[in-house]
Design a protein around this ligand. Sequence first.
Ligand SMILES: *Cc1c(COP(=O)(O)O)cnc(C)c1O
Length: 322
Amino acid sequence: MTSLQFPEYNDVVAAAQRIEGYANRTPVLTSRTVNDAFSAEVFFKCENYQRMGAFKFRGAMNALSQFTPEQRAAGVVTFSSGNHAQAIALAAKLLNIPATIVMPHDAPAAKVAATKGYGGNVVVYNRYTEDREQIGRDLATKHGLTLIPPYDHPHVIAGQGTAAKELIEEVGPLDVLYVCLGGGGLLSGSALAARHLSPECRIYGVEPEAGNDGQQSFRSGNIVHIDTPKTIADGAQTQHLGQYTFPLIQKHVDDILTVSDQELIDSMIFFAERMKMVVEPTGCLGFAAARANKERLRGKRVGVIISGGNVDISRYSEFLAG
Ligand SMILES: *Cc1c(COP(=O)(O)O)cnc(C)c1O
């Protein structure tokens, strides 16, 4: 077995330098309503205002900017339910690298259109019957493309960690940090940054109830695989954590929590109504968990990463209608 090269905090620092000037330094927002309701100070890191609408641009840009000239010429391939696809397509366009994206047939129309709009070559598969990882690997072998997966890659993880690094550098040490969890790229990267910059911080990953493979894995000590979960949090429909993300999560994260789809909708409505902000269902995971645990947050400094804001506007209005 080859030994894995795990990313460290230094890699997050290097990633921050690589993506500077390309990625947005997203705003940290606060809400008096939330602070009063929680009797706490809550800081929202708004990656819904990142380029292409989610934090995934950070990891994609960090990974692609480390390609050799040969890799750049041949191109990149990836598989994704949406935001990573757009992130790779945009980063590839900025760096002049051809991009092939394997996407599920039922991915949100807005995400497919945006990926094509950035110049990505989209290959469609059925997410309930076909194996996207195999399709991606086959394309990589056949055409000499470099596969950059959505979360289980050291460069992707280090890139995602830059969001938490910016948050803590801006507002100071935190007592608690809530991070949305799919395959764990954002959570493991955020944990590297938070453990270094705010060592006492309690770090929680948050998953949809229907797809709690991460919680099962964390509590059992082995990577648990599940069927594609049915949840409105389409960015967290992953079936398992990764060989890089799981050990990092085991080492640095305090626990993994779950929230229901209804709690995601309640948070989405809150963001729209009170903070005038469009957040996609998956982006609401962290705040939904914070709300459910607000009694325990009294007097604390709380970070919440809002991971993205890409949602079909017609679906969004259905969510808001309740
Ligand atoms: C991908 C994604 C997630 C989950 O990130 P992982 O790194 O897979 O855990 C959460 N929210 C949004 C908006 C995403 O696009």
